[in-house]
Structure formats: structure tokens, C-alpha cells
Design a protein around this ligand. Sequence first.
Ligand code: 6PG
Length: 480
Amino acid sequence: MKADIGLIGLAVMGQNLVLNMIDHGYTVAVYNRTVSKVDAFVEEANRNDALIGCHSIEELVEALQKPRKIILMVKAGSPVDDFINQLVPLLEKGDIIIDGGNSHYLDTIRRTKFLEEQGILFVGTGISGGEEGARHGPAIMPGGSKDAWPLIKPIFQDIAAKVDGVPCCEWMGPDGAGHYVKMVHNGIEYADMQLISEAYHLLRYYMKLDVDQISDIFAEWNQGKLKSYLIEITSDILKVKDEDGLPLIDKVLDAAGQKGTGKWTAISSLELGVPTTLITTAVYQRFLSALKDTRVEAASKIKDVDHEEITESSKIDEDFINHLQEALYASKIVAYSQGFQLLSQASKEYNWDLNLGTIALIWRGGCIIRSAFLNKIKEVHDQNPHFEHLILETFFLKKVEMALPSLRKVVMKALSTGIPVPAFAAALTWLDSFRSKYLPANLIQAQRDYFGAHGFERIDYPRGTSFHVNWQEKLKTMKK
Ligand code: 6PG
């Protein structure tokens, strides 16, 4: 019997996807560059005829039903191109290669074009949810050669997470659309994580609460409007103790890693001119955290207000905790609003025709940023599919209006006590800028015109008319 689908790359994500597909009744052929891993996996999985181990790419291609469908679960970058190059001579027109890694969307655009020119269909798909998600239901964001979608849809939607019976997997759009959407998902994930960490920091160092108390607060927040996977795991993490009975979190080095998707989101937002300040701030803050040694040195040299001495936990200030919850909610709205703005701009730039409602729909389950909140975005999109900015839609507008004073209180408190809250502050300053009728950009325009004759528009003339003034001359004439 021939397999329904093939998979190359048996690291944990790959293995779990295979087991997930088998659980849903599919027969899967597998191959891995280190061939011994194939035999070990087949033996351990013990799935009889549903799992076919292959010792070469040729064998894998031979084991598949036509049109062949092959998922690559290999490291993003050149390994993807290597496998594509090995597969192409063995495949026939109409066969499908699927890249399930976190590839850069520009690579996916290039690969789609290259493979379609040879009659091979290519799908670049985001898969979110980590190892657990891959095993029991991830969110899947496929894009690329549209003709591939009807052929892979049943498998993909079967293995995806479901929310209210709706699969967290839909077609995103042409070429790089799927990988772009996954990239922005990760960018938002960075912002969410940074905000949660800042809330934790304030609870720990401003409120002086102990780790168990903070865990309880996150557990409580997880019952309300902040209900989400990331809040839930934060509460779990804070409960875990090391061998000596002390919180394990205190043993974890405070230097964040990153694989690049957040940085790519920030770069894309700069290229497209979309101010996604929370994502960008979160990326910078990971870099800053990684400068651990320098920070330790700076801590001993730049003296000011000092919050780092943890003292006995004081009594819980419910008021501040409520403000913090509101601040987190307001900032989350800003982060998502910015992220969706970026998606909307990229959709125009690359002609992807992204459906923002569908994206919110499939992010409700399976993925790392899954939350109750995404239901709201979907509802808002249903009411007005052409919204210009999420934050200007009635539901979110009201929420932000209510939460803004709390965000301001929290940021002011943090600034005065020296606790760094770059993401909260970015949310607040973005909001204050966004709702400003006047910004000092007039002065920037005047400076540009002064030193570079770049021209400026005047408020008393129609937009688009450019003026230039010789500012020095004008000054001289005025002095006469
Ligand atoms: C997901 C995650 C996943 C992974 C990232 C983390 O959606 O399942 O986002 O893609 O955890 O690689 O990226 P960083 O290492 O950059 O934090």
C-alpha cells in the first residue's frame, strides 16, 4: 500500500506531526538525513503499516500515492533548498512539496516561483503550537500554490486544533502568505511574552510579592479577559520549584534567546512603514537582556533609584493588581492592532488578499498566542471586514478608553521606581501619539527643510503642495 503523505525531518516536531497524521487514519512515509533515526522512530512508534520508514529520498518518493505530497520539517534556510533540489528530479508535475518550518517569506516566494515553473506545487506553511501542538493539534497557516490546497486540505484540517468544531487551519494566500502570517504570529508572541514578563517584574519588584502569589495572580487573570495559553503557562512556570525547594524561575538566566522570526517581523514592519512598536521593542529587549555581563557592570556603575533588593512581601495591593491587569489588556490590544495593521499592509504590498478574520479565527486554538481575545478580533472583523485599525473599532475603542488610565498609572509607577517596562511604555506612547491631533513632526519637517531643502507641506494649503524656505535668509531678513 502506498502512503498518503511523506515527511522528511524526524526531529520532535516532525515525529509528532507524523504521529498526529497516523492518529487521524493516514499512512505516512518518513525519511531523515541521519537514516538510523528512521529505524529508531519506526520501531518506537510501533504503528505497523501506517508508518513506512524509508532509507533514501528515492525510496520515499516511490512509497507515495500520486500526486505525491511531501512535508519538509527541516531547519529553515539552506536545508530546505537542499531537499527541494534533491526532490525535484524525482517528482512529477502536480506533486506537492510542503515546507512546514519557520522559513522566511521571501524564500517561500522564491521557492514557489521556482517550483511552479517546473510544474511542481509548493506550499509554505506556518505550524504553531510547539511539540505538543504538533502532536495533538497545531494551528496551521498554509500558503503558496493554490492548486495544492484541495489536495492537502483534508489532512491539514484533520490534524489541526479545533475550536468549537472549527479547524485552526485555512488557506492564507499565494506564495509567501502562510509563512508571513506565521512570522507575524511569532512577532505578536514576542510582544505578548514581553508584556507578561514586565507584569511579572512589577509584581515581583514593585509589589514585592513572592513567586507563588504571582502564580496565583496569573491563574486568576487566566479566568478573565486575559485568558490565554501564555498567561496559563506563566502561572504554571511560577509554581515549579527546583531540587532545593526554591522557585526554579530564579535559577533561569535572564538572557533571552531568539531564532529570528520576531526580528523578521520588525524588519518587515520597518520596510513597510508600519509602526509595530511593541513587537520591535520586544525584539530589542531580548537583545538587551542578552547583554547580561554588560548589564551587571552597568548596574554597579549607573546608580539611581534601586528596585532590585527583594524585601519581605508586603500586603497585596489589589488596586495596583487591577491596574496592572488593565494595563496588560490595553497593551495587548495595541500589540494586536499593530500586528494586524502590518498584515493588512503586507497583504497590499504582496497582493495576498489576506483575510484578517480568518487569521484571527485560526489563531484561536493550537498556536502559542491562542486566547479568548482572538474571538473578539474575529467578531469585530465580521462586523466590519474593512476596518482600518482594530483599535478604532467600537469594541476595542471602548476597552482601550477604559484601560488607558490604568496603563498610564502603571507606566508612571514603573518609571519612578526604575523598573524597566519598555513594552508597556511603548504601548502608552504609541496610544498617546496615535490619539494626538498634533505631533511635533512639524519641527522635524522644518529641520529637514533647513539643512536639506527637503520641502514641507503647510497646514493652510492643500495636501501635496511642497514649500521650501531658506530659513537662514528668512531669519536674517527678519532681523533687519
Ligand atoms: C510556535 C512558536 C515556534 C517557536 C519559535 C520561538 O508558534 O509554535 O512560535 O515557532 O517556539 O521558534 O521562537 P524564538 O526562539 O525566536 O523565541
